[in-house]
Design a protein around this ligand. Structure first.
Ligand code: MV4
Length: 447
């Protein structure tokens, strides 16, 4: 096992990694920006190194600074968390060439799965259902026209270097296609320095369901059930849960087996997520693979009864997966992401000082946060300030626990998304489990 790990992140996920390391007996090094001096990840690490000023590109994205920090502290490994450098193949490569273990899959895997058209081709090869569309990237507008006529409108153009909702364009009719194709290519070139696009049939009201997997270096891959992630706004997830209210035993077995087949074909080693689109007829299709530990990993931890972060670190150190058989899902878990945003002003970021910060507790409640009373939220980063995760014997109990937890949660000094979450949690369609990826859009019109 590693003796010392450097954490190349901040906020709640940096704390989450520190907690896992403590339980594994691993020393921790936090890196921090000048704006994060008073952050808890600085307070709770064994050693700390300042890596630059507030803006991310000069601190948490500053590769030479982070590598130097790892070298001067003799860190054997770097955990990137999520966001920042977590899916940067070049960073993983630099770590490797400096003899530092990057806690995640290989640089090659990150690059391959980051190429969305390539990832899709691999999954098809593994026998995983894929969304009808182009075979790989589109070679010309002529090919785009031909495929669109074949699969029928609406279609969606996606940048192969995009992902997570970035670089997509819906095309509803043939007379929009040429313009959409030209614009999407230009946007993709601008955003990702890669203009390549692929095409898919566009599904109007899908659900977003993803499977958590973890693989080790002994050819073992397990699937840890699914997460329902349809409650999102502008590709930012707001509420996640496990299991999905629409996935039964049979569908779970099929979707998990598909995820395992895909992960095994590419020899995936680390924690990862395979995203699926679930159509209204409950057919599932591969969308993308994420090669990081995700924000919403706790809902899986709660139903599986496993510490995914510790497991990810263990397999990175070359250990065997600890729970290969006897996987049983217990009860239901929900996560609400609490952001420092004003829902009444279009979810505008709302940094500032939290004067009062009182977190909920009691049976079945977990709060992952770097917040505390008098904490000043810096303006440079993501607005996530806490994740409230509840667990119950069933979905109803998890929802009731979430409502009473959010009522207990007191944050004063800044606007947060807590009141918005309470409205969603009390919505009859949400409570019945009847929603899709357009739920929040419709919900906002109703308000
Ligand atoms: C789609 C889709 C419908 N049809 N692909 C969004 C995130 C990224 N992983 C892919 N996404 C989607 N891909 C096909 N063929 C719907 C989504 C999607 C979405 C699209 C537009 C607006 C909001 C959305 C929310 C979730 C998923």
């Amino acid at each position: 096992m590693f003796k010392k790990i450097l954490i190349a992140n901040r906020g709640e996920i940096a704390l989450r990694i520190i907690r896992a390391c403590k339980e594994l007996g691993i020393a921790t090094v936090s890196v921090y920006s000048e704006a994060d001096e008073d952050s808890l990840h600085v307070r709770f690490a064994d050693e700390v190194v300042c890596i630059g000023p507030g803006p991310s590109n000069r601190s948490y994205l500053n590769v030479p600074s982070i590598i130097s920090a790892a070298e001067v502290t003799n860190s054997e490994a770097i955990h990137p968390g999520y966001g920042f450098l977590a899916e940067n193949a070049d960073f993983a490569e630099v770590c490797e060439s400096c003899g530092i273990k990057f806690i995640g899959p290989s640089p090659h895997m990150i690059a391959n799965m980051g190429d969305k058209a390539f990832a899709k081709a691999k999954m098809e090869q593994a026998g995983v259902p894929i969304i009808p569309g182009s075979k790989g990237i589109l070679k010309s507008i002529k090919e785009a026209r031909y495929i669109a006529e074949e699969i029928g409108f609406p279609v969606i153009l996606k940048a192969t270097a995009g992902g997570g909702g970035r670089g997509m364009r819906i095309v509803r009719s043939r007379n929009e296609l040429e313009n959409a194709y030209t614009m999407a290519r230009a946007e993709a070139e601008g955003a990702f320095s890669n203009p390549d696009l692929y095409m898919e049939k566009y599904f109007e009201n899908p659900r977003h369901i993803e499977v958590q997997i973890i693989g080790d270096s002994f050819d073992n891959v397990v699937a840890l059930g699914e997460r329902e992630c349809s409650i999102q706004r502008k590709h930012q997830k707001l509420i996640e849960e496990s299991p999905s209210p629409v996935v039964d035993e049979k569908l779970r077995e099929e979707i998990c087996n598909a995820a395992i087949k895909g992960a095994k074909l590419v020899n995936y080693q680390s924690a990862g997520t395979i995203e699926f689109l679930l159509d209204v007829d409950r057919k599932f299709y591969f969308m993308e693979m994420n090669t990081r530990i995700q924000v919403e990993h706790p809902v899986t931890e709660m139903v599986v009864g496993m510490d995914l972060m510790k497991e990810q670190i263990r397999v990175a150190a070359g250990e065997k997966l600890s729970t290969i058989s006897e996987l049983k899902l217990r009860g239901h878990s929900i996560e609400c992401r609490i952001n420092a945003e004003d829902p009444d002003k279009g979810f505008r970021p709302n940094p500032g000082r939290m004067e009062i910060f009182h977190t909920p507790g009691g049976p079945g409640v977990r709060v992952d946060t770097h917040g505390y009373a008098q904490y000043q939220i810096p303006p440079f980063y993501d607005s996530l300030i806490a994740k409230v995760i509840t667990h119950g014997k069933d979905r109803t109990e998890a929802i009731v626990r979430m409502i009473r937890s959010l009522e207990e949660f007191v944050i004063e000094g800044i606007k947060t998304t807590i009141p918005f979450h309470l409205k969603v949690l009390r919505d009859p369609d949400f409570q019945r489990g009847e929603f899709d990826t357009k739920f929040i859009e419709r919900f906002m019109e109703k308000l």
